[in-house]
Design a protein around this ligand. Structure first.
Ligand code: MN
Length: 228
């Protein structure tokens, strides 16, 4: 007989391209304002001394190809981001060793209730209701790092209904993937199963029901998500 009083929730997971195995998601870290032009479009100075992070819920990870427009918002935004998935972790990881913890990469979307985020910022309250939204981390399959190599550049792009909304290069991140892993590990104990959403370039904007988002990252294929 199970020691649990009811069936435990399903383990959040991401499929792996070319494999029957699944990546079990432990935590979802996200970096804010990691491309200078996006920081500026959000009204901020990109030259900060340290990055900042927030988290989504592991079960916000969503590989269904659909995103259900959430309640309590009339201004839900797309943010195309590269997701980095970790196969190991630790604390105080040296930046020179950080890339050795990378399992693979996927194309992700950090779907955001922008109106609620602005309200929470104004009130000095936490961002959870704007970021940890149900299904708010659509992702493609993971591509193994041993196949892609260590990714430091490449075009990242998002089209909505065929129109280009976001386009930049991964090499324009303010804080590199290695720096993000290293700095996060000063605050948290990173572990296998953690994923990092590495920030979005400029061009974020609203979606509405029926919109089709097509994200792509050089070397990682593409991701199609319909807003329901
Ligand atoms: Mn984001």
């Amino acid at each position: 007989m199970s020691k649990f009083s009811f069936a435990p929730a399903l383990q959040p997971q991401i499929s792996i391209a070319g494999s029957n195995q699944l990546f079990p998601v432990r935590r979802v870290y996200c970096i804010g304002r990691n491309y200078a032009e996006h920081a500026v479009e959000m009204g901020h100075d990109p030259k900060t001394s340290l990055p900042f992070f927030f988290q989504k819920n592991p079960n916000n990870v969503n590989e269904t190809g659909n995103f259900i427009y959430p309640s309590h918002s009339n201004d839900v935004h797309h943010e195309i981001e590269m997701i980095v998935a970790l196969c190991s972790g630790g604390t105080n990881i040296d930046v020179s060793q950080a890339d050795t913890h990378i399992f693979g990469y996927s194309i992700g979307l950090d779907m955001t209730r922008r109106d609620l985020q602005a309200e929470m910022k104004r009130l000095g309250r936490p961002w959870e209701v704007s970021k940890a939204v149900e299904g708010s981390a659509p992702t493609s399959q993971l591509h193994l790092r041993e196949e892609t190599g260590f990714i430091t550049s490449g075009i990242i792009k998002l089209l909505v209904n065929g129109e280009i909304k976001q386009e930049s290069n991964l090499n324009k991140m303010i804080w590199s993937v290695s720096e993000q892993i290293s700095i996060l590990s000063e605050y948290y104990e990173l572990a296998a199963g953690d994923i990092i959403m590495t920030g979005t370039p400029a061009g974020v904007g609203p979606v509405k029901k029926g919109d089709v988002m097509l994200g792509s990252i050089e070397g990682l294929g593409d991701l199609t998500v319909t807003v329901d």
